[in-house]
Design a protein around this ligand. Structure first.
Ligand SMILES: CCCCCCCCCCCCCCCC(=O)SCCNC(=O)CCNC(=O)[C@H](O)C(C)(C)COP(=O)(O)OP(=O)(O)OC[C@H]1O[C@@H](n2cnc3c(N)ncnc32)[C@H](O)[C@@H]1OP(=O)(O)O
Length: 216
């Protein structure tokens, strides 16, 4: 399915609206103490609502019609995608050479009680490090991600992430990043160093050839 003209902005807005509804559902479903019968009724209604969406789906190697890979539009990215049920979503922008991210994590991201799962922090950092690496003009794939957990990351608290490239060594790009709360940006919660590798042409073709061949 492809849409152009006014159809594409409307479709992207609709996908983001669905994503927001799904995130509300995930948040309520994760936090609910509703009666068991209400949970059973909700499960049935949700299955009914999901069915028509499954009538027309894209294949594994098909890019979403609303996405723009080269333009950086990925509505279903699990970290930043506004159409994703799983994404916080993390919102990233640039301030000079530094990437800044903001998000708030709900109950679905819980690890230790009332705090974020450590893997979620690593996921957020991988994404913002990858963003910093991409906008620096040296895009690559993560080959190593080292995370240091200094203090637990609180749920339901606005968070601030930063990332910047610290070294470019041939095809290897190193970036470092942090997570703090928005209110206390000097109190480090999690830090990370990521190593990214720029793909050789044959690696890009081997890994993404089927996707590149079908998009556009
Ligand atoms: C329009 C604007 C839009 C802007 C907005 C866009 C925003 C857009 C944001 C996207 C943000 C996504 C952020 C998520 C990023 C993932 O999550 S990527 C997914 C996770 N990563 C992977 O799946 C990668 C898996 N690894 C691989 O497939 C292979 O390792 C690779 C990457 C193809 C590289 O192949 P390889 O054979 O391992 O490495 P090779 O090519 O032989 O060597 C490359 C170099 O890297 C080195 N290297 C390899 N592994 C390591 C390691 N672990 N540590 C250190 N060095 C290493 C090698 O030693 C070698 O160095 P040199 O000898 O050249 O000095």
């Amino acid at each position: 399915m492809s849409e152009n003209g006014n159809g594409l902005p409307r479709r992207r807005a609709a996908i983001s609206d669905l994503g927001e509804a799904l995130r509300l559902l995930v948040e309520h479903a994760t936090a609910t103490e509703a009666p068991t019968e209400e949970i059973l009724r909700a499960a049935e209604r949700i299955r009914q609502a999901a069915a028509p969406l499954g009538d027309r789906v894209r294949g594994r190697f098909d890019t979403a019609s609303a996405d723009d890979l080269l333009g950086g539009v990925r509505l279903y990215n699990p970290v930043t995608g506004t159409g994703s049920a799983f994404a916080p979503p993390l919102k990233i922008h640039r301030e000079g050479d530094v990437a800044i991210g903001v998000c708030t994590l709900g109950r679905a991201f819980e690890g230790p009680p009332s705090f974020a799962h450590g893997g979620v922090s690593a996921m957020l950092l991988d994404q913002i490090l990858g963003y910093a690496v991409t906008v620096s003009g040296h895009p690559g794939m993560t080959v190593q991600l080292d995370t240091g957990y200094r203090a637990p990351v609180p749920l339901y608290t606005p968070l601030r992430l930063t990332a910047s490239v610290t070294a470019v060594d041939g095809r290897r790009i190193t970036a470092t990043g942090t997570i703090t709360t928005a209110d206390e940006p000097t109190m480090l919660l999690v830090e990370a160093t990521g190593v990214f590798v720029a793909l050789r042409a044959e690696q890009a073709q081997r890994l993404f050839g089927p996707v590149i061949g079908r998009s556009g």
